[in-house]
Design a protein around this ligand. Structure first.
Ligand SMILES: O=C(O)[C@H](O)[C@@H](O)[C@H](O)[C@H](O)COP(=O)(O)O
Length: 253
């Protein structure tokens, strides 16, 4: 069990080693939460993270994980139809979700018929129902939903979810889910979890690879004195933060 506020960091020689370790970590947490709560709430983001989850769809995990107890959410989603190439849902579905026996009703994608603002409100309403029914835990400390595991990537600029450096959304501290219409990374319209929701998590895995991310990793984990904190450096869950880095991303540490 994690110590409150514990930060772990592991650096992997290859993408393969990282994927193996991430699958093991996720499967162990799945066991723990399925036993303790009868459910496992898992938050995905987009990007290369989905490929890093590829070992979960293979033995032994494909057979040993209690997939019917998983509930899948998105830390951020682009406001595009679910079959659009830019959709984080489509990315996750094609690369991961369609390959494991989840219950379709346990996959909480955004309502793609709504505007960005409407979709964010609708997603927050959905989360509030799931907190009431105990599918999603609530943090006694913050009053925000407490997801069992958030699997987050990071952009080269240090963004996490759709919380970008210097953007006012980084400071949102009331809403659970909000929207952005001027994302510096296309597409411009997205919905995103806010920092209080990210930081109420029981476990967060930050999965980061590539030399173009070394500076942002240094900002979060190194001794960068005068640089302003990037969003990734504000990730500080109630529970455990585990960094999964490749050697290139860790090269400035
Ligand atoms: O909607 C998005 O744009 C993604 O969710 C985004 O937040 C992603 O996780 C990072 O940009 C890392 O992406 P890579 O791992 O592909 O660099």
């Amino acid at each position: 069990m994690a110590t409150k506020g514990e930060v772990k960091k592991e650096v992997f020689e290859s993408a393969e080693d990282l994927a193996v370790a991430l699958a093991k970590y996720t499967a162990q947490l799945s066991d723990k939460f399925c036993k303790e709560r009868g459910a496992f709430s898992v938050v995905l983001s987009g990007g290369s993270l989905i490929n890093s989850l590829r070992k979960l769809v293979e033995p032994p995990y494909i057979d040993s994980i209690e997939w019917s107890k998983w509930h899948i959410f998105w830390a951020d989603e682009r406001v595009v139809p679910k079959d659009h190439e830019d959709s984080n849902y489509k990315l996750a579905y094609d690369g991961f979700l369609s390959k494991v026996p989840l219950l379709p009703g346990n996959v909480y994608s955004i309502n793609d018929a709504l505007s960005a603002e409407g979709a964010a409100e609708d997603y927050e309403t959905c989360l509030r129902h799931l907190v009431k029914s105990n599918v999603v835990d609530i943090s006694a400390a913050s009053g925000f939903p407490k997801f069992d595991l958030q699997l987050l990537g990071m952009g080269p600029d240090g963004h996490v979810a759709s919380l970008f450096p210097g953007h006012p959304l980084v400071k949102e501290n009331e809403k659970w889910v909000t929207f952005i219409k001027d994302s510096p990374k296309p597409p411009p319209e997205r919905i995103t979890f806010t920092f209080p929701v990210i930081n109420s998590s029981a476990y967060i895995a930050l999965v980061v690879n590539g030399a173009n991310k070394a500076g942002a990793v240094q900002n979060a984990l190194g001794n960068s004195q005068n640089s302003e904190k990037l969003p990734v450096a504000m990730v500080s869950p109630e529970g455990e933060l585990a960094w999964f880095l490749d050697t290139a991303a860790a090269s400035k540490l």
